[in-house]
Design a protein around this ligand. Sequence first.
Ligand code: C2E
Ligand code: CA
Ligand code: CA
Length: 582
Amino acid sequence: MTNKKTESERKTIQATLDRLYFLKKSAPRFLFWTLLVLYFVCNLIISISSSSGASIMIGGRALPFYTFAGVFSSISNVCIIIVAVYYGKHGFVASLTVLLIQLPIVLMSVFLGKNLTSLPGVFINLMTVGMVILIYRNNKKLDDYQESLRVQAVTDILTGLPNWFATTELIEELIRKKEPFANVSIDMNGFKVINDTMGFDVGNEVLIEAARRWKAVADGGASGTLDFVSRLSGDEFTLIIREFESDDDIQNSIRMYEAALKDQMDNIGYDFFLTASFGYSVFPYDCGDMDNLISYSMLAMQEVKKEASSEHIKKFTKDLLKKENTLEMESKIKNALDNDTVYYMLQPQYDMDHKLRGFEALARMKDEDGSFISPADFIPVAEKAGLIDRVDSAVFRKAASYVGDLIRETGSDVMLSLNVSVKHLMKKDFLVEVSNLIASSGIPAGQLELEITESIMIESVEKAMHCINEIRKMGVKIAIDDFGTGYSSLSYLNNFPAHLLKIDKSFIDKMNSSDSSKQYVAAIISLGHVMGFNVIAEGVEEESQIETLHTIGCNYIQGYIWGRPLPEDDAGKLVRESVKKD
Ligand code: C2E
Ligand code: CA
Ligand code: CA
């Protein structure tokens, strides 16, 4: 926890800005005093040597010490000028004071002591005074100019609040110092309507008024936290909250800014109420870098807008990110569908003698940067977003067209298995789609297989049965996918008009780990056979699994051990080779 003992006047926005930008690096203090001492020592040497008549021996000649007075005088003047140049107002006052104290002493020595040798000293002293004044005036002009530049650089012209640049500087500084803070993104509600209906001038007045009220809250210190409010652009503001002890402190502070808007804005000639949406993220708990911290608080703020409830404050949570990712994925899928870039791979299926049975078409998608997006990520999103039928159809169209051509070319009897989502199957024009597919691709109906997940038997069996029977009538085969993962009852399975059971990979994985697991798979296979289905094992990766499947009477195998999903040309080669073998 950061301490709260900071004096209240240092808790203003301006004080924060000053600490950030106006901490000019002044020259070291000890040098200031060293220069002044050196100045006095030099002058002391000059005055003693002028009256003592002492001399020093150089090259066998005795030179009066006073010959070196010019050297010491130069050193003393350089000292005083350095003080005036580098120590700002303090330096100016100090050097001028020293020179003005010295002036009457030198004058007295000239006029009362009749010491005319000090006359050049008077002249030098006066010249130096002029020089110091000149330096000071010049420095001041430069400083004023620099200061006005700095103020412009960190200030929002319309509202006078700090701007975006100042905000990022502060955030970077706090992150560097590892000081906890909340980054609050604020956006006015319905501000566009104000602009559109009452004009930009009124819009600007509203922003200025809101900024004035918020500045008063931040500078007044009533929130109990150390706050910094700034305007980014348009109706977007940022609030940085520091010196809090808990999340409640943060929320309470934000509520003060929310409350500040509540009073009618009648002082600008219009009586309406303004509200804003507040979303916040907390450093270092939510994230450690500025970009994400800001995008997280924006995300929370946008969520407030979307929810449109009376609660206008929201804290960032990881759930929001998931939601955002889903939306992002949804838009990627839409783009891929619109640009027709959804493609497919063909994974071979074999009988137990390693003879090619056919292929399962698996949907594939790439990101804009060319990286691969897993179906495990995009298929569930496509299901939820109601896009799955379009994904299925894209794979149907492309895979059927390729395999249809291949069958025409080679006369092969390979199967093409297509995944159908339950949602897609339930669409009223599904049957038309399948018959069109057969017609356009020229694929024989008997070589087409639709994989339907077992879940259909639990959720929608009655509705689906009619459709599935119609498909069967066309001659198309039906496979029950992921068998064993749902909890379909045997009675449904018995009546289900399928040809093939696909045993889910999870059972094949465990199969050789225990005798009971092996018995379980053996039972599924026998049951399938009793009901008149062929059985295919999915996800076979090891030789030992093939051996077991052999002994327990499995019909087909699909798995990495004999073939990963392939690009269509490689699948084509496999078909041509298998036709040659026959
Ligand atoms: P699925 O229908 O069960 O497809 C089999 C998945 O298992 C595929 O993953 C395949 O690449 C993978 N697989 C096959 N053999 C092995 C193996 O030996 N080891 C391992 N580790 N994996 C193996 P993929 O392509 O990632 O597809 C995942 C799921 O996405 C599919 O599971 C299916 O449910 C869905 N999906 C894929 N394409 C489509 C489509 O066009 N339409 C619909 N509705 N769903 C699709
Ligand atoms: Ca499948
Ligand atoms: Ca499967």
